[in-house]
Each structure stands twice: as structure tokens, then as C-alpha cells.
Design a protein. Structure first.
Length: 321
């Protein structure tokens, strides 16, 4: 029996070219989306005292004040970033079928085989994405409710930290709920690739029931991988604060390394879900007792001559025995 977290990690390591390709696409899109704000900020900072402040260190207050200036137009900036984000989202959606097929079969695909798998499962992935909008919207609505209730308790409650404790507990509940929804639809995507299921609504419901019944096991996978991602982000943030902001190359390299780790963690979750479902399917299939084949001798039926049936005659007229 495979271990989802460990074997999922080695599965990602064996097919690490997927991580590098996703990272490369993200890098290119990030570069293209940075062109517009670079042009806008250069035209302003070349004639402003903000340039000296921003060259020494990153000051969030100065940066926000810079964005509020009338000569700084954020519309091209926001449009380019939004377009890059949408393109990357659909790129990840497109390759999901091929990535899951590689993790399921655990072999190297040719380009034709990979893109064929991507095309075969694209429409199913799109429908699963549309189905996941409602559960994620409920989670974000719950998060907004927690923010409102905790803020009200912080101002009205007799204890000062009561609102803070409610906020932390609510955030943790929203995190667990979001991870459950993520595991639910990752499981649905894995099942549609492994079992070739086409009924998306039925698949979503059955995957929800399956994920709910195995909540501790699936949640442990996503909590462990999310913890790794959180530790990587915390370490990168700590190192970034210690790097002189005039050293742009070191800061850029650190942030790109963090992006590479986060891409790997996301594929780690997908691979671990595939391994877990393969274990589940193998375990429940092996519990079905096979039906023993019927012996050929038991099918023999004794045939005797009935006294009511007249004997057959051949062409010569002699009766047959």
C-alpha cells in the first residue's frame, strides 16, 4: 500500500519537468505583466523624490502614496495583471488532465500523448471548475462573516482579546473548509481521469460523499502540504527582510524560488490525491470476492430417449438406435 504524502512527493520528483514548465510559463507571464507598471513608474520616479526612498528600502506607505498620485495610472497595470492571471488560470486548467494522467500511469508521455490527454479532459475540468465556484463562495462568505463578528466583538465585548480569539478560530475554520473544498474537487478531477467519468454533477456529489467519509485522511494530506508551503513562505519573507532592497537580483531570485516551491507543493497535492484514490480503489476492489468459474462437467445433462418420441430414420430406412 502506497503512502500518499511520501509517494506523491516522489511522483512529483520523477516528473519534475511539469514543475519547471509551469514555473517557466508563470515567469513569462509575470514578466509581461510587469512591463506596463514599469513604464508608468519609471516616468514618475525619474522626476520625483520617491525614487530615493524606494531605492533605499521598500516602504509600503510611500508606495501607496505613490499610487494615489494623479499622474500614476493604475488601469494598464491592473488590466495587464488581470489578463496574466486569467491566462495562467486557464493554462493550469488545460494541462490538468495531462498532469493527472501522467501521475496515474507514472510514465513519461510524448508531447502528443500529453496534449491529447489535456484535450480529452478539458471540458470536464471546466465544468468541475464551475461547480467549485459555489462551495468556494460559501467559504469566502463565511470568512467575511467571521471578520464582521470578530470586529464587533472586539469593540463591544468586555474582554479585549475575545474578538481576537474568535477571529483566529474563525480563520482556522475557514482554512479547513477551503482545504476540504480543494480536496473535494481535486479528488473529482482525479476520478474523472482515472475512471473516465463523464457525469460531472453525479461525480461531484459522489466525490463530496467520498471526501466527507475520508475527511481525516484527505485533510491530513492537505494540511501537511499547506504547512510546508506556509513554512517556505515564512522563510522567504524572513530572508527578504534581511536582504538589502538595493540588491534587486537577490530579492528577485528569492521570490522566484518561492514561486517554484509553491508550484511544486500544488502538484504534490494533486499527486498525493491520485495516490490516495488509487489505494482506495484497490482496497475496495480487492474486497469483492471473485465468483469461481463453473466446472464444465457440472454442465453435462443426461439425455435419454423418451418413449413418446418416435425413433429417427436415416435415408436407407433403418431406424437409428
Amino acid at each position: 500500500m502506497k503512502r500518499p504524502i511520501r509517494d506523491g512527493f516522489f511522483l512529483v520528483w520523477r516528473h519534475q519537468r511539469l514543475v519547471w514548465w509551469i514555473f517557466f510559463v508563470n515567469l513569462v507571464l509575470g514578466f509581461l505583466s510587469s512591463l506596463a507598471p514599469g513604464v508608468v513608474l519609471h516616468s514618475v520616479l525619474d522626476k520625483s523624490l520617491y525614487a530615493e526612498e524606494m531605492s533605499k528600502h521598500f516602504d509600503a506607505t510611500v508606495f501607496v502614496e505613490l499610487l494615489t498620485r494623479p499622474e500614476v495610472s493604475t488601469l494598464p497595470w491592473m488590466t495587464g495583471s488581470l489578463a496574466a492571471g486569467v491566462i495562467f488560470l486557464f493554462y493550469m486548467l488545460f494541462i490538468s488532465g495531462g498532469v493527472l494522467a501522467i501521475y496515474h500511469q507514472d510514465r513519461k508521455f510524448t508531447r502528443g500523448q500529453f496534449f491529447e490527454s489535456c484535450g480529452d479532459f478539458l471540458w470536464r475540468m471546466v465544468r468541475l471548475l464551475l461547480c467549485s465556484i459555489i462551495p468556494f463562495a460559501i467559504v469566502f462568505g463565511l470568512l467575511a462573516l467571521v471578520q464582521r463578528v470578530s470586529g464587533k466583538m472586539a469593540s463591544d465585548a468586555p474582554r479585549e482579546l475575545q474578538g481576537f480569539f474568535v477571529q483566529v478560530a474563525g480563520w482556522f475554520l475557514c482554512l479547513v473548509s477551503a482545504l476540504f473544498v480543494r480536496a473535494w474537487f481535486d479528488l473529482a478531477q482525479a476520478r474523472t481521469v482515472i475512471d473516465h467519468v463523464r457525469g460531472i454533477f453525479v461525480l461531484s456529489f459522489r466525490s463530496f460523499v467520498l471526501a466527507l467519509r475520508n475527511l481525516p485522511r484527505l485533510l491530513s494530506i492537505y494540511l501537511a502540504t499547506t504547512f510546508v508551503a506556509g513554512m517556505a513562505a515564512w522563510a522567504a519573507w524572513t530572508l527578504w527582510l534581511r536582504i538589502p532592497h538595493s540588491t534587486f537580483g537577490a530579492s528577485w531570485l528569492l521570490l522566484e524560488l518561492l514561486t517554484l516551491v509553491l508550484v511544486g507543493v500544488r502538484l504534490w497535492q494533486r499527486a498525493a490525491t491520485v495516490v490516495w484514490y488509487e489505494n482506495y480503489d484497490e482496497l475496495h476492489t480487492s474486497r469483492l470476492w471473485p465468483i469461481p468459474p463453473t466446472s464444465p462437467t457440472s454442465e453435462l445433462v443426461e439425455v435419454g430417449a423418451s418413449p413418446n418420441v418416435p425413433p429417427l430414420h436415416d435415408e436407407s430406412g433403418d431406424p437409428s438406435t
